[in-house]
Design a binder for this molecule. Structure first.
Ligand code: UD1
Ligand code: MG
Length: 487
């Protein structure tokens, strides 16, 4: 169905006092995105003529999130309630006949649910259709007061409930579809008759009903979709549900996730069939993982691109790096941004990489720092190798060819080049280029002195003898013990 006569209005001007935060409520995050971004993205599939976001608190920051997603913003200053926010949005709605109105703090709603709401509204010729939900604990929400099976007479806010109404467990999600030519005159009649002196959009429902207009309520099939984020506990629950959805969709695509509730995955992450994700893993940003990979426990991958059959051993950190087919890293490897590990490369424990290319089949297995380096194929980087890429002012590159052997505990002072097939002797500090197939050795020459240690021990023992004798001579007579005195 075309929605060319429909506008979306997202009310996102409020501060969110109950969160006790210096950030506007809609900028808080759940499921890896800000609340308001989640909602704008969900609404995008409705293909409405316009998406209008009402902003107020931290308006610039909220606009910076939604405007790149093709939403327009209108400023509500000061914020005098949800009804007032809707009035402020009026001028931006153009010739739309209907509006879907959503709060900025209930991001779990699904596109299908919104589509069904719009259909129910159109088919019922209603002035307003409320998305409601039945909750075991409705406290904190406005309640839907029905006058018949199908029709609604009012929404009553928690603070204004009568004793009897308190028993109602059908709540207002604050997501509605309105026929705008009916809404505007009704809203004009709403008065700020509440302790906050705000204009409540919810009060327009009773006005519409009193005019004889039709107000419907559509009960959400899954009540969790309407959870609002008014407190930190609400935020945690909404985040949990988003994460669960994401994990379930990856599992549906053939990914194994062990102890899924311990695994945190951002919305844009993808993973191929038969990949295994162990407990306590975080996959963040735009991470893309191929088929048959294993991401072992405690690893955190951000914007990482992995080919097929990659193994990330426990407790690795990977940021914005590419790992081609068959690469193995860790345990305890740290990949800072901009590395490219080519097929079959191996990076072992306590190895840190930054802005480096590691050629096919090359290994750096233990305790190294490799930064601003290009390493060819099938080279071996010994334990404790360091590229000294920084002189306190500038960064310099290190270039290591194919089939190079770097002995343990070598320092490569950049800029420096080691040619194909070269050897570096262990413990060298390399400050000059090493030619292909050559040996670079840069360390003090070893001298062995036979018998030196034995002679030294004899001398020390001889010097010790007279001292011991003197100590014995000067010793004071022993004092009797306490026990001895009492006797
Ligand atoms: C609102 C509904 C309540 C419903 C609940 C569902 C009203 C009066 N009450 O209550 O019936 O059960 O949502 O979650 O609408 N906002 C503005 N400008 C304002 C005031 C608020 O843009 O002047 C925005 C807020 O940023 C927020 C949304 O409107 O995104 C809803 O406001 P909030 O304070 O969260 O209302 P609730 O008390 O949750
Ligand atoms: Mg709310």
């Amino acid at each position: 169905m075309s929605n060319n006569d429909l506008a979306i209005v997202i009310l996102a001007a409020g501060k969110g006092t109950r969160l006790k935060s210096s950030f506007a409520k809609v900028l808080h995050r759940a499921g890896g995105r800000t609340l308001v971004e989640n909602i704008v993205r969900t609404c995008a599939s409705l293909k409405a003529r316009e998406t209008v976001v009402v902003v107020g608190h931290q308006a610039e920051q909220v606009a910076a999130v939604v405007e790149p997603l093709d939403a327009v913003t209108v400023l509500q200053q000061p914020q005098k309630g949800t009804g007032h926010a809707m009035q402020v949005a009026k001028r931006a709605l153009g010739r739309a006949k209907f509006a879907v109105v959503l709060p900025g703090d209930a991001p779990l709603v699904r596109t299908e649910t919104l589509k069904a709401l719009v259909s129910a509204h159109r088919n019922g010729n209603a002035a307003a259709t409320i998305l409601s939900a039945v909750l075991a604990d409705p406290s904190g929400y406005g309640r839907v007061v029905r006058k018949s099976e199908t029709a609604v007479s009012a929404i009553v806010e928690e603070s204004q409930l009568t004793g009897e109404q308190r028993e109602i467990n059908e709540i207002n999600s604050a997501i509605y579809c309105f026929t705008l030519e009916k809404l505007w005159p009704a809203l004009a009649q709403v008065k700020p008759n509440n302790t906050h002196h705000e204009l409540y959009l919810t009060d327009a429902i009773a006005v519409l009903n009193s005019k004889g207009d039709t107000v419907l309520a559509q009960v959400a099939a899954d009540s969790r979709e309407v959870l609002g984020c008014n407190t930190r506990a609400d935020l945690a629950e909404v985040d949990r549900l988003f994460r669960e959805r994401k994990r379930n969709s990856l599992m549906d695509d053939g990914v194994t996730i062990q102890l899924p509730e311990t695994v945190l995955i951002d919305p844009e992450v993808a993973a191929g069939e038969d990949t295994v994700i162990e407990p306590g893993v975080q996959l963040l940003g735009k991470t893309k993982i191929g088929a048959r990979c294993t991401i072992r426990t405690g690893s955190v991958l951000t914007d990482a691109i992995l080919g097929d059959d990659v193994i990330v051993e426990p407790h690795c950190i990977v940021a914005r790096s590419r790992l081609d087919n068959g690469v193995i890293i860790g345990p305890f490897a740290r990949l800072r941004p901009d590395n490219h590990l080519k097929a079959g490369a191996r990076i072992g424990n306590f190895v840190e990489l930054k802005k480096s290319t590691i050629g096919e089949g090359t290994k750096a297995m233990h305790l190294s720092y490799i930064g601003d380096a290009k390493i060819g194929t099938k080279s071996n980087i010994g334990a404790g190798t360091i590229t000294c890429n920084y002189d306190g002012f500038h960064k310099y590159p290190t270039s290591i060819g194919n089939k190079v052997f770097i002995g343990s505990d070598s320092a490569l002072v950049a800029p420096v080049k080691v040619g194909n097939g070269a050897y570096i002797a262990a413990g060298s500090t390399i400050t000059e280029n090493v030619p292909s197939d050559g040996l670079g050795i840069a360390r003090g020459r070893q001298v062995n002195k036979p018998g030196w240690a034995a002679k030294k021990r004899r001398e020390l023992a001889a010097a010790e003898k007279p001292k011991k004798a003197a100590r014995r001579h000067n010793r004071k007579p022993r004092r009797p013990t306490k026990r001895g005195k009492r006797k």
